[in-house]
Design a protein. Sequence first.
Length: 493
Amino acid sequence: MGRPVKAAIFLLLACFMIKTPVFSADMAIPSYFFTDKLLPSVNYNEERAWDERVSRSLGENLRQGVIASWYILFKNTLVMYYNGVLTGAPWAFPSQNSLYNNLRGNWKWEQTDGFLVNNIGHPIQGSIYFSAGRVTGFCFYQSIFFSTLGSLTWEVFHEGLIASTNDLLTTAPAGLSLGEILFRLYLQAYVAGIPAPIRMLMNPVAEVHRLITGWQPPNQGGNFYDFRTFFSIGYQDINYTISPSPSPNEPMFSNNGMFTTVGFNVVYGDPFAPARIPFRHFEFHASFGSDFHSHLDFRMFSDGYLFSFVPLYNERQAFSTGLSLHMDFAAIGEFDLFHSTLHMYSNSLGWTAKYRRRFPHDITWFGRAHAGFTFFGSSMYYNHEWGRELLNFGYGISLKYYSTLNLGPRNRIDLNASSFFQWNYPGTSALTRSFTRWHFFDVSFARLVSQQLSVGASFSLARERGVFCGFPDTRMDHWSAGAFVAWNVRHLD
């Protein structure tokens, strides 16, 4: 996929976050948003089960599959012609040589695209392919076929380059998490009456399918357990050093000063309702921060139950646990569409446990713990002095813990901590033997000042440590502190 198009997709996602909607007033919103009332388990009856596998004939499945495949082919062809005709990229159109090599399986591990292009552009691309299956009536697992089909056809037929193995391993799996999340958020946006242009940014395939066929997304009401969109302003500092360094007293990159951030946090579905349908409950956190000059802070963390069960549920306590799918991403540092300073990407399968405890005096604690195996992760080794930029692909372990403490109906403390450990897949880059670890810590305090508006303060810390064979080790540190205003919505009561 061409760099101009990937850059455009990246900017569209930023626009989507900036334009996070304020939901219509006719939705049910409790008087005290932070009061964690005992929520009944959601009864997913047949009328409500729009996300289950649809029972239909083989002929109808084939017909809808052709429609989904046409959406994929049209999207790939449109982007190919954009790259070749409008931008004049010499590699945009396939050649006899590229088709021959790609069909024979002579693929490679690509090192030319930047980190943000590979690990945000490609997941967004995969989500479009996945949504082509979802909007045509296929369930979550059936739509995996379309996510894979879209990535395969793009790599083989829509570029005059040798197909990229790592692009396929990023696009198809990440498209599942991001695709299902954006599909469900699109349905919520449609119910809320969000304007079509914004819905098009959220899920272009769903909106195009609606316009062409007259498809009416099912109205299942509000499914938000917790939704916050926020704007913050604060101070940040980031430093990047290497060891051994040619200039011991001078970091490779350093930046500090004021910055702004926009983003949203979504808890979708009842965390304590047993689920056998993937992503009937998920959490999705995304933010984009910048000083609009040299500093970038782009983060995206998600987890969704593939299935869960509830061994404990009573007036005081609720506990759920199950298998979960995660896509986590962070790019912090230099303001650039292709690389930053701190880079982390992880697509993992894990086990999740969520627990809620009610105490006297309207005090409630909601904790979430995740332990997962990263089956495909990525980072980047970038050195200004040596002029080397190397993508780094690997596997590893992810550990995440999120905690929310409600102190009465108006005060809330959030504490999030996560760690990721990654080892290289051999032979995938010049970094033949390496180990990279990341640690993220965030804490915030918020106070509700009206029915939906809250104000607060936050502190964030991020660290990356890299140990490389044949290359200098790396050390990156980032911290920020700021104040924010947030808009809160809740439906499940």
